[in-house]
Each structure stands twice: as C-alpha cells, then as structure tokens.
Design a protein around this ligand. Structure first.
Ligand code: C2E
Ligand code: CA
Ligand code: CA
Ligand code: CA
Length: 277
C-alpha cells in the first residue's frame, strides 16, 4: 500500500508490488503445479551419531517453477496455509514419500521417512483418516513414518485439548518436534504430549562451532530430551567440529550438509549404494 497525505486528507493507492503479484500467481498455480509434477520432493538423510548408519530421510518439498525457477518451500508453504491448500500439499508430499518408502521396502531397504506437518493440518478433522489411508494405500507400516511437527503447533490450545496427536500416534508412527528451542513449549506440555523426539533447530546448531552459548543451548536440549525419555536429532550440521561436539553431548541423530544435502530419489539411492558399498 503506497500512501501520502496532503492537507490532512490521506489518499491511498493500493499497489500490487512484484512480490505480492508473485504470491498471487503462485497461489493460483499451486494445484496445477502438483498435477504437472512441477512440485516434487527431495530426501535428506538422517544418520545415527555413533554408527553413522542412515536411520531415516526427511522429505522436503521443492517447486521447479517454469518462470520463477526454484521456489523455496518457505515461499509457498505459508501461502498454501493461508489459502487453505496446505492439506492438499501435505497429502501430495505424504503420497510421494510413502511411494518411495514402499519402493525401498521392495528392495529390502527398511528406510523410514519423515514428513513435515504444518500446524494448520492438525486442525483438519480428517487428518488421521488421511494418514491412515495413505499408509494402507502404499502398504507401508506406520513404524516407518515420522511426522515432524513445528513447535508452534504443540503449544496451540486446540491441539493440546484434542486427541489428534494421540490418534496419529496410535497409527504406530513417530512424532518429532521440529525446530525445538524456537517456540514456547513448556516442559509439562512436552511430558503430556505423545512426542518421541526433539529436533534441535538449526539456528542453534549452525553457531555451535563458534559460539559457546549456542553450544550450551544444544547441550541443554540434549539433556532435557534424554531426561524426558526422548530421542534427539540435530539439524543443520555443517562441519566436523559441530558433529564431534554433538557426539560428545550424546545427541542421538544428525542431519545436515556435512552428512548430505537433500537429494532427489535417484541420487539418494546412489548415495546409499556408495555408503553401503
Ligand atoms: P525444516 O523442516 O526445519 O527443514 C530443514 C531445512 O534446513 C531445509 O530447508 C533443509 O534443506 C535445510 N538444511 C538441511 N541441512 C542444512 C544444513 O546443514 N545447513 C543449512 N543451512 N540448512 C540445512 P528447506 O528444504 O528449504 O525447507 C525449509 C522449511 O520449509 C522446512 O524447515 C519446513 O518447515 C518447510 N517445509 C519443507 N518441506 C515441507 C513440506 O513438505 N511440508 C511442510 N508443511 N513444510 C515443509
Ligand atoms: Ca522438518
Ligand atoms: Ca527444523
Ligand atoms: Ca524450520
């Protein structure tokens, strides 16, 4: 909105700037972009800190837009939430993730997949049925699926008071609290909710090798998680100093560019082959 006032009377000229225009366009194209497979997923390995064995992969959405190039998820996930299409995006990503998981199972690779779940999705009354349906459709056991919830979700009253997390849990899947440390969840909430795992937000991990205070935060989260009987994952591990610090703290799992960037499925398979020899 551009405005100026003259003589006490304000006149506003709404201007659709480039960014707003792009958002509008992306919003209208979201549906067809999924249908046309412009939207795809990549998989980022998560490894066991002690053994370096791959334990799962996180599914991250990508949009290769014909005019805008690669549109980062941060530019369209929030948008999908706002226009009420995040459920469709989630179903789409879950479908691709479970399809891959099934394919790996057929090759005798039991690799669990993690899928991100937006806060909005937990309010959808049919979420649990859709997740159950997707697992059945692909013949993937719930034990091979992790749902990553952003911490904001968990503190939301409506979610805390509903049974959605318990119902999801009863499908046999794991619930991971993403971006831990950036939100406001209290310890009692952590104890009450059926959470299996905390993910230390990368904003703390990225600074660990140079900052004592970030390192202290990471250590505190690892201890907290273990005291609550939870597993803990560090994301954003980019260097060996950080990896060694996390290993020494007892952090269970690692994810980050040091291990691997997010990869398309064929490149992930090559990565797996190269590691297992
Ligand atoms: P997130 O779930 O916290 O995902 C981690 C982000 O950190 C990813 O960015 C990943 O590429 C990036 N990353 C991984 N390792 C490193 C590292 O070593 N260093 C640095 N600097 N970054 C690293 P990406 O793929 O751009 O995703 C951004 C966010 O978009 C995600 O944050 C997640 O909140 C959201 N998102 C991505 N895919 C989906 C999806 O399918 N559904 C939903 N609801 N949200 C998604
Ligand atoms: Ca995540
Ligand atoms: Ca995260
Ligand atoms: Ca994040």
């Amino acid at each position: 909105l551009a405005g100026h006032s003259s003589g006490g009377v304000a006149s506003y000229h709404p201007v659709l700037d480039q960014q707003s225009l792009r958002r509008l366009q992306l919003g209208t194209e979201l549906e067809s972009a999924m249908a046309e497979k412009q939207i795809t997923v990549v998989f980022q390995p998560i490894v066991d800190t002690r053994t370096s064995d791959i334990v799962s992969v996180e599914t991250l959405v990508r949009w290769a837009h014909p005019r805008y190039g690669n549109v980062p998820p941060d530019d369209f996930i929030g948008l999908a939430e706002q226009i009420g299409r995040i459920g469709a995006v989630t179903d789409y990503v879950l479908d691709l993730a479970l399809e891959r998981c099934r394919k790996w199972l057929d090759q005798d690779i039991a690799l669990s997949v993690a899928v991100n779940l937006s806060a909005r999705c937990l309010a959808e009354p049919d979420l649990v049925d859709r997740v159950r349906g997707a697992l059945r459709h692909h013949g993937v056991p719930g034990s091979l699926l992790t749902l990553e919830l952003t911490e904001g979700i968990v503190v939301d009253d409506s979610v805390r008071n509903s049974t959605v997390l318990a119902d999801l849990h009863s499908l046999g899947l794991r619930l991971s609290m993403d971006d831990f440390g950036t939100g406001y969840s209290s310890l009692s909430q952590l104890r009450q909710l059926p959470i299996d795992e905390l993910k230390i937000d990368k904003s703390f991990v990225l600074g660990m090798s140079t900052s004592q205070s970030e390192s202290f935060i990471a250590r505190s989260i690892v201890e907290l998680a273990h005291n609550l009987g939870l597993r803990v994952v560090a994301e954003g591990v980019e260097d060996e100093v950080t990896r060694d610090l996390l290993a020494e703290m007892g952090c269970d799992k690692l994810q980050g560019f040091l291990v691997s960037r997010p990869l398309p499925d064929d490149r992930l398979e090559n990565w797996l082959l190269a590691r297992t020899g």
